[in-house]
Design a protein around this ligand. Sequence first.
Ligand code: UT7
Length: 322
Amino acid sequence: MKARAKIIGTGGYLPDTIRTNDEISEMVDTSDNWIYERTGIKSRRIASAEESAASMAEIAAKEAIEVAGIDAGEIDLIVVATGTPDRVYPSTACMLQHRLDIRDCVSFDVQAACSGSVFALSIADQYIRTGAADKVLVVGAEICSRIVDWSDRSTCILFGDGAGAVILEATEEPGILSTHIHSDGGYEELLYCPNPQVAKESVKDQPGFIQMRGNEVFKMAVNTLGRIVDETLAANGLEKTDVDWLVPHQANTRIIAATAKKLRLSMDQVIMTLENQGNTSSASVLLALNEGIRDGRIQRGQIILLEAFGAGFTWGSALIKY
Ligand code: UT7
C-alpha cells in the first residue's frame, strides 16, 4: 500500500505584543476604518527584539510534537518556510533542529514567500509518498515586522509575526489527497523585498523593506486562486460541495471571500485569523489550520482545502482529508 501523509499534530505561536490599527494610525496617514474595510485587519502581533523565526518556530513545533504524541527524535525531515531567517545560513530549519535537540535528520528551508507553507507541505507529501520520510515537521515562521517600512502606509498595515507547525506521518489512508504548486517569476516587480547586503550594485541602495503594488497583486491573487481551486478539485474528481473547510492564506478578507464564493462556501466554513493576526506570510495557513483543528471546528474525516498566493508569484493548494 502506498504511503500517504496524515496530520497527527499542529501547533502555533504568536508574540505577545499587539499592534492595533489605531496605533498604526499614529505612525502613518491611515485609519482603523480604512484598514478594516479594505483588508479585514484590526491588529497584528509584533515579535520582541529577543525573538527570531527560529525561536518562534521552536514554540510552534514543540506544541505540534506534543499534540502528535511523538518524540522529537522520530522526526526524519524538517521543512521550514520563511522569508525572514535570522541568518542567510545555516537554514532556520537547521537552527530549529538544534533547538529540538535532534541530532540527525534532513532539515532545510523553503523560500516561496506567502505560499511557503503550502510549498513545504507539498515537499513533505512527496517525501512521504516515496517512502523517503516517515515523520515530517513542517513549519512556517515569519517576522514580517522587521522587513516592513513602518513609514509606508501601503504595506505596514498588512503584516504581522507568528509561526505555525504541523507534524505529518506516513499512513496507508490519506491524509493529504493532493498538492498543487506553481511559480511564475515574471511578476518580481509587483512584490519583492530587497536584500541590500548581497544585492548587485544597481539595486544595492534599495532599503530592505517589502515593496508592493498592492492593487495589481490583489487582482492577480483573486484570479489565480480561483484557478487553483478548479485545478485541485478536478485532480481529485471532487465537487465544490465536497469541501468542508477553506483554510486560506490570510492576506485580505476580500481575496478570501472571492475564493470562498468560487467554492460556494459560506464564510462560516472559512478559517479566518486575519482580523487579529494580519498577514503572517508563510506562517498564516498553518496558524489558521492549527486554530481550526484545535478549537474543534475541523473534524476528522472532513475535507479541507489549503491555498496560498505570494511573491514570485508563487501559488498553491493542498487538499486534505483530515
Ligand atoms: O500576501 C501576499 C500577497 N499580498 C496581497 O495579497 C496584498 C494584496 N493587496 C491588497 O490587499 C490591497 O491592494 C491593499 C489593502 C494593499 C490596498 O487596497 P486597495 O483597495 O487595492 O487600495 P489601492 O492601493 O488601490 O489604494 C486606494 C487609495 C489610494 O489613494 P488614491 O490614489 O485613490 O487617492 C491610496 O493612496 O487608498 C490609498 N491608501 C491608503 N489610504 C489610507 C493606500 N494605503 C492606505 C492606507 N490608509 N493604509
